[in-house]
Design a protein around this ligand. Structure first.
Ligand code: XBP
Ligand code: MG
Length: 248
């Protein structure tokens, strides 16, 4: 029995990476006087590392290893990432990152049906709140009973930790929930937590290996709640619902 939907955020609710996070990272790098530019292609590669701070560390280790040895390197990364977050929040708050097709309709259907909603993401809670409020409704953060975000856990996706944390807060078994993810790291995290998982491919993830997903869709526009319920039943793989209003 399906009791709750657990949504990833970046790439799943909205295409936040290329024109959101990436642009904010680059602006923070420029403000800090660093000669770094994360091009769209490079950023696609860097996304194999989950988490903004972790991504900066990974980039330094690969392209600027001297910097890693400087005193208080951790503080440097933290400040750089705080500045990036402030810039990202400004962009999100101005309405710069709309929801992907089908997301608003599915959320409304789930709420009307009394399903519980949760978030499991690598980005920070403040980024999530800002995105939900700006792209859905001023009270939309309250629609989600549990928000597992950012540094709540140290091991980020593909580790299952954030999903296990969310499941514990919901007080539900993995089999009673459905995770919705856009990336291989996210899928691996959800599967490792035992969650049936639906994939909605995103800009940067269409080439990822989604082995183990219940289904892989180009977006959520054809994923009605009744279809999700049928698919969630072990062995159930119904056709997508082509009749739903895709404009919602
Ligand atoms: C998303 C991420 C995030 C964002 C940046 O992964 O990896 O790190 O790119 O967010 P997922 P922060 O969708 O699998 O959760 O800079 O706030 O960490
Ligand atoms: Mg994602």
């Amino acid at each position: 029995m399906l009791e709750a939907l657990i949504f990833d955020v970046d790439g799943t609710l909205a295409e936040t990476e290329r024109d959101g996070h990436r642009v904010a990272f680059n602006a923070a790098f420029r403000a800090a006087g660093l000669g770094w530019e994360w091009t769209p292609d490079l950023y696609g590669d860097l996304l194999s590392v989950s988490g903004g701070k972790e991504r900066i560390l990974h980039y330094c280790q690969r392209f600027d290893p001297e910097l890693v040895r400087r005193t208080n390197f951790d503080g440097f990364v933290r400040r750089l990432h705080e500045d990036k977050t402030a810039r990202y929040l400004e962009h999100v708050t101005s309405g710069g990152l709309p929801l992907r097709p089908g997301v608003a309709r599915l959320l409304n259907e789930a709420r009307d049906a009394g399903l519980r909603l949760a978030i499991a993401t690598t980005t920070s809670a403040e980024n999530v709140t800002a995105l939900l409020r700006a792209s859905i409704a001023p009270d939309a953060d309250a629609w989600f009973e549990v928000v597992g975000a950012g540094d709540i856990v140290t091991a980020k996706k593909p580790a299952p930790d954030i999903y296990l944390w969310v499941l514990e807060k919901l007080g539900l078994k993995a089999a009673e929930c459905l995770a919705i993810e856009d990336s291989a790291n996210g899928l691996r995290a959800a599967l490792a937590a035992g969650l049936p998982t639906l994939v909605t491919e995103a800009q940067y993830t269409r080439h990822h290996d989604f082995t183990g997903a219940l289904a892989v869709l180009p977006d959520l526009s054809v994923a009605s709640l009744s279809w999700l319920r049928k698919m969630h039943v072990p062995g159930g793989e119904p056709e997508c619902d082509q009749s739903i209003n895709k404009s919602l």
